[in-house]
Design a protein around this ligand. Structure first.
Ligand code: PMP
Length: 457
């Protein structure tokens, strides 16, 4: 075993990882990256198939982002945002507000996706109380929701596997069915193999149910991941759902918190996924891709009325008493500015459109595998759901570790990604070439055949 792997095994406790299983295998120790390719300590190369857990946008070791960080490093790495302003954070806030559009006017910086959500939920809670709308506001979120691991963000989540053990530590939030069409709780999805036919008899019961909950008018906010629920298994919402529930939230007086931690920055085809349905939230939570996937930094954007509710005389203590040591970090903001420039370059946008088409075409090739139940894609994010029986949509038992084993085989084929249960996510960095993209999907196909003996149908 390589000495770095041995050190890891001896000292490091990995996130979301059964460490007993971890100790059975030699870990991949990554030492460098360039573009969409990562290299390990023994020189094996891999495609970064999930953009390093959905963070990387333009590839690793990008000259422009490196330069921006280095330039900032030559000035100062970090100064506190408590009582002090700084150059890159001010410039970045302007870009984000202008990019997000009305009515978002103010940016509160923090460190990661979870903290971006904590900020939104505290602000929404206090705004709702201060404006006298509700005395004990509650939050509404979707089945399968994942908004982070801090206690507040966990309280908004509804994935039992992650959240149940801590239920006594959490505040109660309400849950409604998510428009997870492949596993439709109202059983509207027919067991056919192509998206278009899935919704044949759909009356949008899930949206109606959500509207009915909102009508109780007890919510500070509806919290959603617009268009794609990442950790739920890359669950893609049908077109129109977001617009409808956003309107229902508004009508009930609830605020809309958009968690675009995963969907933001072009991942779904628009700069922000809400744009696809012309939905602008009251809170826009950003992290992961904000710095292009280089440094941990997050932002919560909100409106003038929310900001104004925290204004007052010093001794009224209306201040938003919240913040972190690294809020507005200068290196992160410098990386984010460089990433924003790359992202919004019209040539890069055009390239993403082409990539989306190629990606869609390549993914189509997976439908004929019996162990593939669903192939979902929105922009440059895809989820391939592995099933024991595609006709009944019967899932593999978790114990079979189908997703884990397929992803391990993919690593042997030179592609890194991490399963969510039996769903294999693919989120290529935007710098990927057509040939690399084809190789990525081919590795998934070969791994499914190898591990699950998937026959052609
Ligand atoms: N929201 C969403 C939609 C996410 O996908 C994640 C992370 N996977 C988070 C919040 C939490 O982000 P972080 O891990 O950076 O705290």
């Amino acid at each position: 075993m390589h000495k770095l792997a041995a050190l890891d095994r001896r000292y490091v406790w990995h996130p979301f990882t059964q460490m007993r299983d971890w100790a059975k295998r030699e870990p991949i120790v990554l030492v460098r990256g360039k573009g969409a390719v990562l290299e390990d300590v023994v020189g094996k190369k891999y495609l970064d198939g999930n953009a390093s857990i959905w963070t990387n946008l333009h590839g690793h070791n990008h000259l422009q982002i490196n330069r921006a960080i280095q330039k900032q490093l030559g000035r100062v790495a970090h100064t506190s945002a408590l009582g002090l302003a700084n150059e890159p954070a001010s410039l970045l806030a302007e870009k984000l507000v202008k990019g997000a559009g009305r009515p978002l006017k103010k940016v509160f910086f923090s460190d990661d996706g979870s903290t971006a959500l904590e900020v939104a939920l505290k602000m929404a809670y206090e705004f709702t109380r201060r404006t006298g709308r509700l005395r004990a506001p509650r939050f509404l979120s979707l089945d399968g929701a994942y908004h982070g691991d801090t206690i507040g963000a966990t309280s908004l989540g509804h994935i039992d596997l992650f959240h149940k053990s801590y239920s006594n530590l959490l505040f109660k939030s309400d849950k409604v069915a998510s428009p997870a069409c492949y596993r439709c709780p109202f059983n509207r999805a027919k067991p056919q193999r192509r998206d278009a036919r899935l919704y044949a008899k759909c009356n949008h019961e899930c949206a109606t149910q959500l509207e009915q909950k909102l009508e109780r008018r007890k919510y500070a906010a509806l919290v959603v991941e617009p268009r794609v629920q990442g950790a739920a298994g890359m669950v893609m919402h049908p077109p129109g759902w977001l617009k409808r529930v956003a309107a229902a939230a508004r009508a009930s007086g609830a605020l809309l918190i958009a968690d675009e931690v995963m969907t933001g920055f072009g991942r779904t085809g628009e700069i922000f996924a809400g744009r696809k349905e012309k939905v602008t939230p009251d809170f826009l939570c950003l992290a992961k891709g904000l710095t292009g996937g280089y440094l941990p930094m997050a932002a919560t954007l909100t409106t003038q009325p929310v900001f104004d509710a925290f204004l007052g005389e010093y001794e009224e203590f209306k201040t938003f008493f919240h913040g972190h040591s690294y809020t507005g970090n200068q290196l992160g903001a410098a990386a984010a500015l460089a990433s924003w420039e790359l992202l919004t370059d019209p040539k890069a946008r055009a390239r993403r459109r082409v990539l989306e088409k190629t990606f869609g075409k390549e993914l189509e090739t997976l439908w004929d595998l019996a162990a593939v139940g669903d192939v979902r894609r929105e922009g440059l994010v895809a989820g391939v759901e592995l099933v024991a029986d595609w006709k009944t949509r019967k899932a593999f038992p978790l114990k079979a570790q189908a997703g884990i084993r397929v992803c391990e085989a993919m690593a042997r084929h030179g592609v890194l990604t991490r399963p969510i249960g039996n769903v294999v996510p693919l989120l290529p960095p935007y710098c990927i070439s057509d040939a690399q993209l084809r190789r990525m999907v081919k590795a998934l196909r070969e791994s499914v055949v190898e591990v699950l003996g998937s026959a052609r149908i």
